[in-house]
Design a protein around this ligand. Structure first.
Ligand SMILES: [Cu+2]
Length: 132
């Protein structure tokens, strides 16, 4: 790299380019060290008991910011309902209370802000149905 810079740029430019490259390296390492939030575990069952509130904890691989994250409940018709979030027991967790729901197909769409400032979005599908 140094050889290339020496060939292409005069002294002054070479020095500032080297500085820029060094800064870019520092920033890159910084972002790399704090990965964005990937869902590791969810306590949401695939089948939820009808008409029964269900506490749910979403666990991520890194710290998340509940106040800047969102979870929306979507039903089969596409109707959306915002679900209140609270901090989980650990910094990588988000907790919520799923309201009592009628039988049917649903999804929880989450959008979480990780400590590195990146937003992750995904949909968790589940159904509400009586057990056998
Ligand atoms: Cu990230």
């Amino acid at each position: 790299m140094a050889v290339v810079l020496r060939t292409l740029y005069p002294e002054g430019m070479r020095r500032s380019s080297a500085l820029l490259l060094a800064l870019a390296g520092v920033i890159f390492l910084e972002l790399d060290a704090r990965a964005h939030a990937v869902l590791k575990k969810s306590s949401l069952p695939k089948r939820v008991v009808p008409e029964t509130a269900q506490p749910v904890v979403l666990s991520f691989n890194s710290a998340v910011e509940p106040t800047l994250s969102r979870v929306v409940l979507v039903d089969a018709k596409g109707t959306e309902r915002e679900i209140a979030l609270h901090a989980g027991a650990a910094r990588n967790e988000i907790a919520l209370d799923l309201p009592a729901l009628p039988p049917g197909a649903f999804g929880l769409r989450y959008k979480v802000l990780a400590a590195d400032g990146h937003v992750t979005e995904n949909l968790l599908r589940f159904s509400v149905a009586a057990g056998d």
